[in-house]
Design a protein around this ligand. Sequence first.
Ligand code: SAH
Length: 220
Amino acid sequence: MAVSHKVDYSKTRQRMVDEQIASRGVTDIRVLNAMNKVPRHLFVEEALHGQAYNDYPLPIGEKQTISQPYMVALMTEALELKGDERVLEIGTGSGYQAAILAELAEWVYSIERIRSLANKARKILFELHCYNIEIRVSDGTHGWKENAPFQAITVTAGAPEIPQTLLDQLAMGGRLVVPVGNAFSQTLVRFIRTKGGFKRENMGGCHFVKLIGKYGWQEE
Ligand code: SAH
């Protein structure tokens, strides 16, 4: 058995929730419990296990990152999940955010454009018995029409502009959280679908890797 499995990170994880997440204003108890439960270190390579609960993003290969814990909590809270939702995530990456969402909603659809990351995520999620997640390899800027509408959509990569395709796939009352801006800094934006259209709220500054695809940035 690998050494890492013998290390007990539960206290470190509790400290992460208290000092980085609750202290910054995330109050949804379901979100805090999920962040306290999911073993974040298993979503990064073993050499980084000791840093997995620190207050910053970490590399996951393919020039991509697992987001800072607080950012995951903030975005998840903004989706206002109660437990019966179908959620769409664009940018599976390590699979960590998908695991958090799977704790809080009925079903998670997650799209990743890089096959090797999707495969790694599938493997760890299976090992953790997260069976209510389906991961697909494709350009998530198209959304996932066959399973729309979604009560919640989260985009975990920075978009140059608001992806209309994703707004179209929101259910009535549904929430979309997406970082929008240039390659270096973005604003986290939340949209809520209402009868009259979309309500838009800015949630503050953030920094994400690029959303690359038809309705995102061009491939480099
Ligand atoms: N939510 C992830 C963080 C992902 S980083 C986690 O918890 O680890 C952003 C991810 O979005 C990267 O893996 C990147 O490959 C992916 N991505 C970028 N553009 C995409 C697109 N158009 N469709 C699907 N995935 C995309």
